[in-house]
Design a protein around this ligand. Structure first.
Ligand code: FAD
Ligand code: DLZ
Ligand code: SF4
Length: 515
C-alpha cells in the first residue's frame, strides 16, 4: 500500500467537489476521511430530518467520490469502534493512515474550529485549515469592510459584494439604477393564487438505510422523520434550484413575507438546506437567478430581492459571526430570563399562528423567514425568553441551522440581544402585522381586533408591554420614535390594562396552562 500523503477531512456540511480541502487531491496517495459521530447529532438534539439529511448527503457524496476512484475512509455511526466525536475519530484516522499532512476546510462553527485546532496541534501532524469555499466572501473581507465603520449595516456590505463579483451590475451601477427594490416586495397573498408544488424526491436505498438508523437511534429527538423527501445529492439539489428559478422566482419578491395556513413552502427557494451543507454553491445560485432576469423570466424586483438574501444576508451573517465570536453567544441586552415554553416543542397553544409555525417546523424542519422572525421570534422577544434557550431551539429544529447563520439571526435579528449591533431596531409587532400577512387569525381562538382582555390577541398587549418595560433602553432609538410617541399618549388606565393582561398571560404560561 502507498504511504498516505494527505488526509483530507471533510465535515458533513462541506459536501462539494470544490471544497478547499479537496484542492489538488491525489487519487493514488491521498485519503478522504469522513465520519458520522454521535457528538454532532447531540451537542443539541437535532431534528430527525436534519440528521437524516446530513447522513444521507454524506453517504451519497462519499459514494460519488469512490466512484471517481478516490480512496474514502468513511466511518458510519454504527461502524465498529466509532468513538463518537470529531476529535477522537480524527485521532483514530491519523493513527490508521499516518499521513504526511492533513487538510481540512475551515468549519462553520467556532466550537468545531476550537476542537479541530486542538486535536490537530496535539497530534503533532502537519496540518492546514483552508479557507471556506462555500461562500463568496471571507471573514477577513468582512473585517476589512467593518473596520472604522460606526455602524455595520447589511445593505452597504451587500453593495460591496455586488460590485466585487459584478452581480446585477451595468458597469459600476446597479442594474435598473437602484440597489434595492424592497419597496415593491412584501405583498399579502391573493386568495386565488396557485402555489407551485415543492420539489420532492423518493428516498433511494442509501437514504432508506439512514432513515432506519435515525428512526432507531434518535426516536426521542424533535420532529417528524417521515415523509422524507429532501435532496441527498448535488444533482437533486440542482433540480430544487432549477424548479425554483422556473416556477417560483418570478413571484418570490412579491410574496416573500406572506404566510398561509397549510402552505409551508410558498414562493421561497428551499435551498438553504443545500447551500449550508455544500451541495449548492452561492455563485451558481446567483448566476441562475441573474440569468432568469436577463432572459425576461423574472422581474428585477424579485431577482434582486432573492440575490440580496444570498449575497447580502447569507454572506453578511457569516462574516459577522466570525467577527463577534466567541463573546456574542452570551449577550443578553434585555436580561431576558424566561424559560422556553413547552408550546415551542408541542405546538399546543391557542395562538393559531404559533401553533401552525411550530407544527410546520415539526413536520418539515423548515419554516420560512417571516414565520421564524415575525411569529416564533417575535413571540420569544415579547415574552422575554432567555437567548440561550431560544438559540438552542432554533439550532436544533431547522435542517439548515449551523451556528454561523443561526446565532446572528436569533441573537441579533430576532432578540436584539446585542443591543443593536446587527439590527437597527428590534423586530416587534402586534397581531395586526400577522393578520395582514397571513390568514392565521381567521381560525384563532383569540381576537386579533381586541387589544385587551382574555379574548384579546396576546401579541397586541405583549407588544405594548415590551415597549413599556424597555422604555429606558429603547426610547431613544430613532426607528422607534412613532410607537414611543403613541405609548406616551396612552392614559394611565390603558397602560395598567396592558400590564395586567401581560402579567395574567405570563402567569398562565409559567404555570403550564395552554395559552
Ligand atoms: P429563501 O427565502 O428562498 O431565501 C434564499 C436564501 O437566502 C436562503 O436559502 C438563505 O441561504 C439566504 N437567506 C435568506 N435570509 C437569510 C438570513 N437572514 N440569513 C442568512 N441567509 C439568509 N437561515 C439558515 O440558513 N439557517 C438558519 O439556521 C437560519 N436561522 C434563522 C433564524 C431566525 C430567527 C431567522 C429570522 C432567520 C433564520 N435564517 C436561517 C434565515 C432564513 O429564515 C432562512 O435562510 C430561510 O428561511 C431558508 O429558506 P429558503 O431557502 O426557502 O430561503
Ligand atoms: C449537523 C451534523 C450532524 C448532525 N452530524 C454530523 C456528523 O456526524 N459528521 C459530520 O461530519 N458532520 C455532521 N454534522 C455537521 C457538523 O455539525 C458541522 O460540520 C459543524 O457543525 C461545523 O459547521
Ligand atoms: Fe396569532 Fe393573534 Fe392572530 Fe391569533 S389573533 S393568530 S395569536 S396574531
Amino acid at each position: 500500500m502507498n504511504k498516505v500523503q494527505t488526509l483530507r477531512f471533510i465535515l458533513g456540511d462541506q459536501l462539494n467537489r470544490c471544497i478547499s480541502s479537496l484542492e489538488g487531491v491525489d487519487l493514488k496517495n491521498d485519503v478522504i476521511f469522513m465520519c458520522e459521530v454521535l457528538e454532532e447529532t447531540q451537542y443539541v438534539k437535532h431534528h430527525k430530518k436534519k440528521i437524516a439529511l446530513i447522513f444521507s448527503a454524506m453517504r451519497h457524496f462519499a459514494r460519488e467520490l469512490q466512484e471517481e476512484g478516490f480512496q474514502v475512509d468513511y466511518i458510519r455511526l454504527d461502524s465498529p469502534g466509532n468513538s463518537g466525536s470529531f476529535s477522537s475519530e480524527l485521532e483514530r484516522a491519523i493513527k490508521r493512515h499516518q499521513p504526511s499532512s492533513i487538510k481540512v476546510t475551515m468549519p462553520g462553527e467556532y466550537r468545531v474550529l476550537q476542537l479541530l485546532q486542538s486535536t490537530l496541534k496535539s497530534s503533532g501532524a502537519n496540518f492546514s485549515i483552508e479557507e471556506d469555499s462555500r461562500f463568496l466572501t471571507t471573514p477577513d473581507f468582512f473585517k476589512h469592510w467593518a473596520q472604522g465603520r460606526k455602524e455595520w449595516r447589511m445593505e452597504y456590505f451587500y453593495r460591496e459584494v455586488r460590485k466585487k463579483h459584478h452581480i446585477l451590475m451595468e458597469a459600476n451601477a446597479p442594474v435598473g439604477g437602484k440597489w434595492n427594490y424592497d419597496a415593491q416586495n412584501r405583498n399579502s397573498l391573493p386568495e386565488e393564487i396557485r402555489i407551485p408544488a415543492a420539489t420532492r424526491f423518493e428516498p433511494d436505498e442509501l437514504t432508506q438505510e439512514v432513515l432506519d438508523l435515525v428512526a432507531a437511534r434518535f426516536a426521542d429527538h424533535f420532529g417528524e422523520l417521515e415523509p422524507f423527501s429532501m435532496a441527498a445529492t448535488r444533482q437533486q439539489a440542482l433540480k430544487v434550484l432549477d424548479e425554483f428559478i422556473k416556477n417560483r422566482l418570478s413571484s418570490f419578491g412579491d410574496y416573500q413575507d406572506a404566510m398561509r395556513q397549510g402552505e409551508p413552502w410558498l414562493f421561497h427557494s428551499h435551498i438553504s438546506f443545500y447551500l449550508n451543507c455544500g451541495l449548492l454553491l452561492p455563485m451558481e445560485v446567483v448566476r441562475a437567478a441573474e440569468e432568469a432576469y436577463y432572459q425576461a423570466q423574472a422581474p428585477l424586483h424579485c431577482v434582486e430581492g432573492f440575490i440580496r438574501q444570498i449575497v447580502g444576508w447569507r454572506e453578511y451573517v457569516m462574516g459577522f459571526y466570525w467577527m463577534v465570536m466567541p463573546d456574542y453567544s452570551t449577550q443578553n441586552f434585555f436580561q431576558a430570563k424566561r424559560s422556553l415554553p413547552g408550546l415551542y416543542w408541542t405546538a399546543n397553544t391557542k395562538m393559531n399562528c404559533m401553533a401552525q409555525c411550530v407544527k410546520e417546523t415539526q413536520q418539515n424542519a423548515y419554516a420560512h423567514h417571516i414565520q421564524r422572525l415575525m411569529v416564533l421570534g417575535n413571540f420569544a422577544l415579547l415574552a422575554g425568553i432567555s437567548p440561550k434557550e431560544v438559540n438552542e431551539w432554533y439550532l436544533l429544529v431547522y435542517a439548515d441551522a449551523y451556528e454561523w447563520v443561526e446565532l446572528p439571526n436569533v441573537s441579533g435579528m430576532v432578540l436584539f440581544a446585542d443591543g443593536g449591533v446587527l439590527a437597527s431596531k428590534p423586530y416587534i409587532a402586534g397581531g395586526n402585522y400577522i393578520r395582514k400577512m397571513s390568514n392565521y387569525c381567521d381560525s384563532c381562538r383569540y381576537d386579533v381586533n381586541k387589544k385587551n382582555g382574555e379574548q384579546a390577541c396576546p401579541f397586541n398587549y405583549l407588544y405594548w408591554n415590551f415597549l413599556s418595560q424597555h422604555e429606558q433602553k429603547l426610547s431613544n432609538n430613532p426607528r422607534l420614535r412613532m410607537p414611543y410617541a403613541s405609548l406616551r399618549k396612552m392614559s394611565d388606565d390603558k397602560r395598567k390594562l396592558i400590564a395586567t393582561d401581560a402579567s395574567r398571560f405570563f402567569k398562565a404560561l409559567e404555570s403550564g396552562e395552554v395559552v
